[in-house]
Ligand binder design. Structure first.
Ligand SMILES: Cc1cc2nc3c(=O)[nH]c(=O)nc-3n(C[C@H](O)[C@H](O)[C@H](O)COP(=O)(O)OP(=O)(O)OC[C@H]3O[C@@H](n4cnc5c(N)ncnc54)[C@H](O)[C@@H]3O)c2cc1C
Length: 496
């Protein structure tokens, strides 16, 4: 039997999952799968790497939520069970939320299912610092109303039309007072972490909250090591073991789409570092079907370079809609410190810290390799450029570190900031602006949902799109969405 040739473009979680799904259960008999990836390392936004002296760095802090069922079962299949403490540890539903008005960190226990009375009582016993008695009551009333709404609505039944509203609008129309929308817990949710300073979509927010209501769904699983080692490499290894092929450092440049045959006829590719040395991969000879698992901005660039752009791409709503989607630059500052800078019992992320980095974690409190290691603290500051995009890198780093000194739980001193920035002695710093078209993050703003492509509607029969920015069963742009989208792409190939 001749095998169907599948060409996968993109080596992130969506591309790798698509390849693995096709090859599992004897798929090698039916499919000849090869994957091309622009970068030297696989994993895309979920990749990690080591600095020359062995420190782990990645695009930014990543966690797996309890309700991420697709990636959790995929990880179990490749030998990385999320219940194995060698690879993951749970926050047991505990979240740390900084409230600037009280200069205090609140310890919130998100119930592990609707009958977790212990968590509910614990939250009631310890009033939220930064709320007056009246605000406390207003927040509880609102939480009960929102909880009742979510408990009576399945995640799948949350209406995508809600995307036209911001999360703030939705909450205010359901009884939340304006003053509570100013609290950091609300802003953190409203901004959906990366949407700052814009509002997050009510649809995406509510979908996520509904999912968090299942048993153990609200727990956050923290990686006990680098992203590549814990998540990406075992998936890639399984794909290779099943007979898949991978070529790294190879970029797609243009798709040749023919609206009359309704097919992708060719793909121009070239070594990433030598764009002039292009070669053309042809339908029939090199592939039968293409799975395009590139990020949003890279997909637009490749489509833009396609011959007959007007007739083959821009006049077709499936493609032209994606030009309305926007992406943002996330930032990540990692600081290796010769002093312990955060309390050891802050073993989960502190949320709601000052912008542009609304999330801070001390990896030395969590990752086995770093515990009792060379650096007493390894702090990750993560966020999104937002209103701070004009700052130079060193201005941005300085402002993040100085803000950190002012936080009540931080032991960072102003007099250490210069040393840290100059990496004197044992201080080390790595700073990233994820602003390239391959690393930008999808902005999940109100009104965006209708512009996300639905893979079932692709007008080219042998082209399948995948990625965390497509319409799928998981609207947050996440590792879960990427895995689900890869699975959906494989299913589409199998059905065609
Ligand atoms: C800072 C940050 C923090 C995050 N935190 C979390 C988190 O806590 N939990 C969570 O679930 N998710 C998180 N995410 C989201 C998660 O990382 C992504 O949703 C997911 O990894 C996307 O996978 P993907 O395969 O869709 O795309 P990508 O990971 O972007 O992969 C795309 C692939 O395409 C390749 N490529 C690009 N252009 C070309 C080209 N022209 N030719 C060939 N190949 C190309 C890239 O090299 C890459 O391999 C975070 C993202 C960021 C940026």
């Amino acid at each position: 039997m001749t095998r169907k040739k599948i060409l996968i473009l993109g080596g992130g979680l969506s591309g790798l999952t698509a390849g693995l799904e096709l090859l599992e259960d004897g798929g090698k008999e039916r499919y000849d799968v090869s994957l091309l990836c622009r970068d030297s390392e696989l994993g895309g936004k979920a990749a990690s790497w080591r600095t020359p002296d062995g420190r782990t760095m990645e695009i930014g802090f990543h966690a797996v939520f309890g309700y991420y069922t697709a990636i959790r079962s995929l990880l179990a299949r490749v030998g990385r069970s999320t219940t194995d403490p060698r690879y993951f540890t749970s926050n047991r539903g505990e979240h740390l939320m900084y409230e600037p008005s009280a200069r205090a960190v609140n310890r919130l226990l998100v119930p592990r299912g609707p009958f977790d009375l212990q968590a509910l009582l614990a939250n009631l016993r310890t009033p939220y610092k930064g709320h007056s008695k009246r605000e406390q009551l207003a927040a509880l009333t609102f939480a009960a109303r929102l909880g009742a709404y979510l408990a009576t609505t399945r995640a799948e039944d949350i209406d995508p039309a809600l995307d036209e509203l911001s999360f703030t609008e939705f909450c205010m129309s359901h009884g939340l007072s304006l003053s509570l929308t100013q609290k950091s817990w609300f802003k953190y949710v409203l901004d959906l972490a990366f949407n700052y300073p814009g509002a997050g979509s009510a649809y995406v927010g509510l979908y996520g909250f509904r999912k968090l209501m299942g048993f153990d769904a609200a727990e956050v699983l923290y990686l006990n090591g680098g992203l590549s080692e814990v998540i990406v490499d075992p998936i890639a290894k399984r794909y290779l073991d099943l007979g898949g092929r991978i070529e790294t450092n190879c970029s797609a440049h243009a798709y040749h789409l023919d609206p009359t045959t309704r097919s992708i006829e060719a793909v121009d590719v070239a070594p990433t570092k030598d764009a002039q040395s292009q070669r053309r991969l042809q339908k029939g000879r090199d592939f039968d079907t293409v799975i395009s698992a590139l990020p949003l901005d890279a997909t637009r660039t490749v489509l833009r370079a396609s011959p007959h752009f007007d007739s083959a791409v821009s006049k077709i709503p499936f493609f032209s809609n994606m030009w309305h989607l926007r992406s943002v630059t996330s930032i990540s500052l990692r600081l290796w410190s010769p002093y312990k800078l955060m309390p050891t019992d802050y073993s989960t992320v502190v949320m709601g810290t000052p912008q542009p980095t609304a999330t801070i974690i001390d990896y030395a409190n969590r990752v086995d390799e770093l515990r009792d290691g060379e650096w007493p603290s390894v702090i990750e500051f993560e966020g999104q450029e937002g209103l701070h995009g004009e700052l130079t890198d060193s201005e941005m780093i300085r402002s993040i570190l100085e803000q950190f000194c002012d936080l009540p739980f931080s032991r960072m001193r102003k007099s250490w900031v210069d040393d840290a920035m100059e990496q004197k002695g044992k201080w080390r710093i790595e700073f990233r602006r994820n602003n390239s078209q391959t690393t930008r993050y999808l902005l999940m703003e109100p009104g965006h949902w209708k512009f996300r492509p639905d893979i079932a509607e692709c007008p080219y029969d042998n082209l399948v799109l995948a990625g965390d920015w497509l319409k799928g069963t998981q609207p947050t742009a996440s590792m879960e969405a990427a895995v689900r989208s890869g699975q959906a792409a494989a299913k589409r190939v199998e059905l065609s």
